[in-house]
Design a protein around this ligand. Structure first.
Ligand SMILES: Cc1cc2nc3c(=O)[nH]c(=O)nc-3n(C[C@H](O)[C@H](O)[C@H](O)COP(=O)(O)O)c2cc1C
Length: 172
């Protein structure tokens, strides 16, 4: 799968937990696990295969006054990266009950930046497997990455992640 990094943020919450869980399912030494707080555009540029982990806080902008401070800084960095030739997969934390109409929107925003900058997305998941009302992260019936809901469906996270790891290993 080429050299691989998981870039995740923010630290200390659900995304961080899932990033660690994902790391525990990959071959030790075959990847780098990097907090976006410690990452630059050139760090992203060093990897052929990238997994991004993020959450959705707020609706559809990165200028919220609360939360996601890490990604509000990192999204402009990602926007400058040329993803040509890179394979990218995304997992996105959200809440399908409270935010049913904006479920994992941020995953869609990030996915489109990657695609617009020449990257190829892997690890899309059928939206039919999820209950929600609307999401910017869906295209043609597929989520543009793996949605996870640690708020209302924590018991599903590990099974979803296991299936996804099998999927991305085959796709990468
Ligand atoms: C203020 C706030 C706004 C949120 N907005 C959304 C949203 O629009 N869509 C969604 O799917 N989840 C939303 N969530 C749920 C979070 O994405 C979810 O709790 C996630 O697990 C947080 O992960 P983190 O602690 O690693 O950032 C929101 C949570 C908070 C606290």
């Amino acid at each position: 799968m080429g050299n691989l990094a998981i870039f995740f943020g923010p630290e200390g919450g659900a995304v961080n937990r899932v990033a660690n869980l994902l790391a525990s399912k990959l071959e030790p030494g075959s990847f780098d696990l990097i907090s976006i707080n410690n990452a630059s555009a050139s760090d992203i540029g060093r990897y052929e295969t990238i997994i991004f982990g993020l959450s959705t806080i707020g609706r559809d902008t990165w200028d919220q006054k609360f939360g996601n401070i890490d990604w509000s800084k990192f999204m402009p960095v990602v926007s400058q990266v040329d993803f040509t030739g890179k394979k990218v997969a995304i997992f996105g934390l959200g809440d399908h009950i409270t935010y049913a109409f904006h479920f994992v929107n941020s995953m869609g925003i990030l996915a489109r930046i990657v695609q617009n900058n020449g990257g190829t997305l892997f690890g899309k998941v059928s939206a039919a497997e999820y209950e929600f009302s609307d999401s910017e992260a869906v295209e043609e019936g597929m989520f543009l990455g793996l949605p996870l809901d640690e708020d209302f469906q924590p018991e599903l996270t590990e099974g979803r992640l296991n299936a996804w790891v099998t999927q991305i290993k085959a796709e990468f």
